[in-house]
Ligand binder design. Structure first.
Ligand code: ADP
Ligand code: MG
Length: 378
């Protein structure tokens, strides 16, 4: 796929800008705090309807304005699409596809596929399990947009079940056996929903990790000159043998029964995929604890290259690659390796403060866009 054009209006520090893209390599050049990442963020929103930098809707809107807007035109193998997102300071977004209003996010997701690689991604390895869960969830949304509903449903069930458990706690109930019959039935209703929706999430996470592992493994092996072996191990909160509905559901239910009293006395749901993690291992040691900085960076790079490949395989089109400030993070060898492995197949947007990272060949091919104070100056 190829992003032909983007238009920003009162989005972040952009007042009104339109950019036409005509190359497969786009370098976005500018000093710090000029709007380079904001531009990539707009592309990220077109793709996932989310930003990795904020979940506060107001952040997107130019100061003192009531709404911001992103419009774009993207070319895919069989058709071109006009996309629009209206981002109000307060209230619901409005999404349009080919100038028609959409009532469901689902119809917007999956039109623009992206892989974003930013300097924050090192948190995938070093950060808390939440980063890894978000990573796998975002990947799933790109591969099967319906997953956005599946995860949302699960989180809603979780919220309501937690509220019920908290209400028991505030009434001084500390054990399962002190619940009245009707309270017990109500809890069981939420148990059933947790089992059903939680199983859907776990199955998909397990499946996608087993698909990406061989791809990322190969990249990691290559980048490390065959000295390192990467493994991606899903650590579901509840262990199970087969990635099958019945097996997973039974195991979640068993665990719930096992933790009844603990859940009631803590007023929290202790079982389910909101407590999943992923172990990235290099040569059989957890990269988070034992990996060197270089190994951790190679790992993130391999994951991103794996993502690109997996999306391409499943979707049948090359996703856009967004590289936010990563050139400065990677040493020369890894930079070259990254650019070489990409070839010219993926439309790639690279932000940078300097051009001296790039070789002449790339600079000749690339479209260079310079950004200053929210304005595109060339
Ligand atoms: N909602 C907003 N309204 C106006 N300016 C904003 C808004 N959000 C961010 N900015 C400005 O955008 C700039 C940061 O842009 P960013 O794209 O992150 O910079 P960089 O070029 O370093 O990647 C800062 O100057 C910040 O004040
Ligand atoms: Mg930036």
């Amino acid at each position: 796929m190829f992003l032909k054009n983007i238009y920003l209006s009162y989005f972040r520090n952009y007042i009104q800008e339109e950019v036409n893209f005509h190359s497969n390599k786009i370098i976005i050049l500018g000093n710090n705090a000029q709007g380079k990442s904001n531009l990539l963020e707009a592309i990220e929103l077109l793709s996932t309807l989310k930003s990795h930098r904020t979940s506060r809707e107001q952040d997107f809107v130019y100061k003192d304005r009531v709404y911001g807007q992103i419009k774009a035109n993207i070319s895919r193998n069989f058709a071109d699409y006009d996309l629009g997102i209206m981002l109000p300071f307060k209230g619901r977004r409005e999404l349009t596809l080919n100038y028609e209003k959409l009532s469901r996010n689902l119809d917007f997701l999956g039109i623009v596929n992206t892989v974003l690689f930013s300097s924050l991604d090192i948190d995938l390895v070093r950060g808390s399990p939440e980063y890894r869960r978000n990573w796998v969830d975002n990947l799933l949304v790109q591969l099967e947009p319906i997953y956005s509903y599946i995860i949302k449903q699960y989180l809603q069930v979780l919220k309501q079940r937690n509220a019920l458990l908290k209400s028991f706690k505030t009434r001084g109930i500390m054990t399962f056996s002190s619940l009245s019959k009707s309270e017990e039935l109500e809890l069981q209703l939420w148990d059933d929903k947790l089992v059903e929706t939680g199983c859907r999430v776990m199955r998909r996470r397990g499946r996608v990790l087993s698909k990406i592992e061989p791809l990322a493994k190969l990249w990691h092996n290559q980048i490390s000159n065959k000295t390192e072996k990467l493994q991606i191990i899903y650590l579901p909160n509840v262990e199970y043998k087969e990635n099958e509905i019945e097996d997973i559901q039974n195991r979640i239910r068993e665990e719930i029964n096992h933790k009844r009293n603990a859940e009631i006395s803590s007023g929290n749901t202790l079982v389910g995929p909101h407590r999943d993690d992923i172990d990235f291992m290099i040569n059989q040691a957890t990269a988070k604890n034992y990996g060197s900085q270089g190994q951790q960076r190679t790992l993130v790079l391999s994951l991103k290259l794996g993502e690109l490949q997996l999306i391409e395989q499943v979707v049948g089109e090359t996703p856009l690659l967004l590289l936010d400030d990563v050139m400065a993070e990677l040493d020369l060898k890894r930079q070259q390796q990254l650019l070489d492995s990409l070839g010219n197949r993926f439309q790639t947007f690279i932000t940078t403060t300097h051009l001296n990272y790039f070789d002449n060949k790339l600079l000749q091919q690339a479209q260079i866009i310079e950004v200053e104070k929210g304005k595109v100056i060339i």
